[in-house]
Ligand binder design. Structure first.
Ligand code: FES
Length: 235
């Protein structure tokens, strides 16, 4: 059903907005996949507040599935959004994050090159916060994967800065309501099935079964990346 037809069919505008939050219309026609709405909380159960997200830190949470890691960062810049392109030529628009300057952003922490991701032992993918430059790129505020040196720009929707990755990092769409932060959807390349397939054995070992690894979450425990993993490998 087209958006106009749907709106005509709605009993009231408020009923429509309950079913379709504003970000759905904002990303209409984009490669956006909605999942369960999930509330971001700290390990002690308190809601994550935008003002608590420190620019010098990188945080990890799992969304939309129990086993799919995401990075949350505050780039401390005024973000205007970005136009991105997938390897297959499809273009899409990312509109920035939440908080002051829309600078709080989240991305799926699975490299679009060969799916490297943070484990409890180590991570090759991480964020270089303001003041901590990547030695390879001589710049900060970059998400880098040291498996084969791909780099992505979190201020530009996860755009590829340096290959071999071809696709941008998929962006997690965040929203803020009554001071709480929610993960709502994923924008960009859909790589989850491939990820579950490639790491079937490892995920089964960690989560008990593939079914458990693929469970959708409605609550995301958020923790500094350095606390989740023993070794953050930077390059
Ligand atoms: S897996 Fe990340 S650059 Fe190859």
């Amino acid at each position: 059903m087209r958006r106009r037809e749907f709106l005509k069919g709605c009993a009231s505008l408020s009923a429509c907005s309950l079913l379709f939050p504003s970000f759905v219309f904002a990303y209409s026609g984009q490669p956006l996949k909605r999942y369960k709405r999930a509330h971001l909380v700290w390990e002690d159960g308190r809601p994550v507040k935008a003002k608590e997200i420190k620019p010098e830190e990188e945080y990890l949470f799992f969304y939309p599935f129990r086993a799919t890691p995401c990075l949350l960062v505050n780039t401390q810049q005024k973000l205007k959004g970005a136009k991105l392109r997938l390897e297959d030529g499809k273009e899409y628009i990312w509109k920035g994050g939440i908080g002051p300057g829309r600078s709080i952003v989240a991305f799926v922490a699975i490299c679009t090159h060969q799916l490297s991701y943070p484990t409890r032992e180590r991570t090759l993918i991480s964020y270089h916060p303001p003041g901590k430059k990547s030695s390879l790129l001589e710049r900060d505020r970059v998400i880098q994967c040291c498996a084969h040196m791909s780099a992505f720009d979190p201020a530009k929707g996860g755009k590829v800065i340096e290959g071999p990755a071809k696709d941008p990092l998929p962006a997690v769409i965040l929203s803020e309501e009554n001071g709480k932060i929610y993960a709502e959807a994923v924008l960009g390349r859909d790589l989850f099935e491939e990820f579950f397939d490639v790491y079937r054995r490892e995920l089964r070992k960690e989560y008990g079964s593939s079914k458990k690894a693929k469970e959708e979450v409605n609550r995301c425990v958020t923790t500094p990346l350095r606390k989740y993993t023993k070794e953050v490998i930077r390059c």
